[in-house]
Design a protein around this ligand. Structure first.
Ligand SMILES: *Cc1c(COP(=O)(O)O)cnc(C)c1O
Length: 360
């Protein structure tokens, strides 16, 4: 027998891992700078690491109280009821749970292009059909209500990313409200805030309160430095708590992941340092790269380099791994994650050298 027809489905292309690249180039992983996956250059919160160590011997039991405690703590943070928090093993899984809860076979969803590859993947797993709205480079990837609404045609789910990956552009809270208002009552607007900690723009979580057609996605992978633990959540209207209970995988978030999340939420210093570091790195890249960049609300900067694949390959040979944005539909751009000061300086120097060689 064979799996079902998956020819419409794409494989997620992650930024390449440091060990993988080091092995291929015959280099020491410690000599490489990896700025291709928007991970936290300062690592995980030290408090989270300690919590994982401390609870390592608890892994023989299913996570029960830790899951409840973390849900309550997250809810508390946002001033919400615990029933509004859909705790999940990753932001991606939060997207899946919403798709499971909302998509009937054949329902259409609307995703941004360029955009995060997992929206269409998740919708297709759940037998949805995918349409796209375009963020135009000529408009600096500007996100207005019209950007979305011009392509809208009664879709079941509309995905908005702000700050947007990979461009860094943002949609204002008023504009998201307009999108929610102008779309049908039966259209869910999923507002992906994976990078919200890195911008001063307000969160759309306030919108969830007054409405019944908006959900917000958050992740611990970026600002909290817990990409390896896999932890995220959706914020949804309280009325949908029963749907979450019906679609979620039992004990999906592990004991150690819950413990790491609980500790990370208590480590404001780490988040602050991370956010300040990202702001510095964004500015540094804007000022010192010999190439056009776009304003970014995230922990990364999109850079126009001409032949992204050639530039990313050449930089990688010099030990600097950046994201070639060809798979995002931007074959002339790379995305560079904000590193530590030393990493960011080295990345800028390397990219500038590569660009000079290419144009010479
Ligand atoms: C990183 C990211 C996520 C979620 O990442 P997880 O590691 O699965 O939690 C969601 N949306 C966007 C746009 C992202 O860049």
């Amino acid at each position: 027998m064979e799996p079902r027809d998956l020819s419409d489905h794409t494989v997620y292309r992650a930024g390449r891992g440091i060990e993988e690249v080091a092995r291929e180039l015959g280099l020491d992983p410690d000599d490489l700078v990896k700025l291709s996956s928007n991970e936290n250059p300062f690592g995980a919160s030290p408090k989270a690491v300690e919590a994982v160590r401390e609870h390592a011997d608890r892994v023989s039991s299913y996570p029960k109280s830790a899951h409840t405690d973390l849900t309550e703590k997250v809810a508390d943070r946002h001033g919400l009821a615990p029933e509004q928090i859909w705790l999940t093993p990753s932001g991606d899984t939060a997207l899946d749970n919403l798709a499971r809860a909302f998509i009937e076979p054949g329902d259409r969803v609307l995703v941004p292009t360029p955009g995060f590859a997992y929206y269409p993947m998740s919708a297709r797993y759940h037998h949805g059909e995918v349409d796209e709205y375009r963020l135009e480079k000529a408009d600096d990837f500007e996100q207005t209500p019209e950007t979305v609404l011009d392509a809208y045609d009664g879709h079941r789910i509309v995905y908005v990313t702000s700050p947007h990956n990979p461009t860094g552009s943002e949609m204002s809270l008023d504009d998201v409200r307009t999108v929610a208002e102008e779309t049908d009552e039966e259209t869910l607007v999923v507002y992906d805030e994976a990078y919200i900690e890195f911008t001063d723009s307000p969160s759309a979580i306030d919108l969830v309160e007054g409405r019944e057609d908006v959900a917000v996605i958050r992740t611990f992978s970026k600002a909290y430095g817990l990409a390896g633990m896999r932890l995220g959540y959706a914020v949804a209207p309280e009325e949908w708590a029963d749907a979450y209970a019906r679609v979620t995988t039992p004990f999906g978030v592990t004991e150690l992941t819950c413990r790491a999340g609980l500790a990370a939420l208590d480590d404001d210093d780490h988040v602050e340092r991370t956010v300040e570091g990202a702001r510095w790195a964004r500015e540094y890249m804007h000022e010192h790269l010999d190439a056009d960049t776009w304003e970014s609300g995230g922990n990364f900067v999109l850079v126009e380099v001409g032949d992204a694949s050639a530039v990313a390959d050449a930089a990688q040979r010099e030990g600097v791994i950046v994201r070639d944005c060809t798979s995002f539909g931007l074959p002339e751009c790379i995305r560079i994650t904000c590193g530590t000061e030393a990493e960011t300086r080295r990345a800028v120097e390397t990219i500038n050298e590569v660009l000079a060689e290419v144009s010479a």
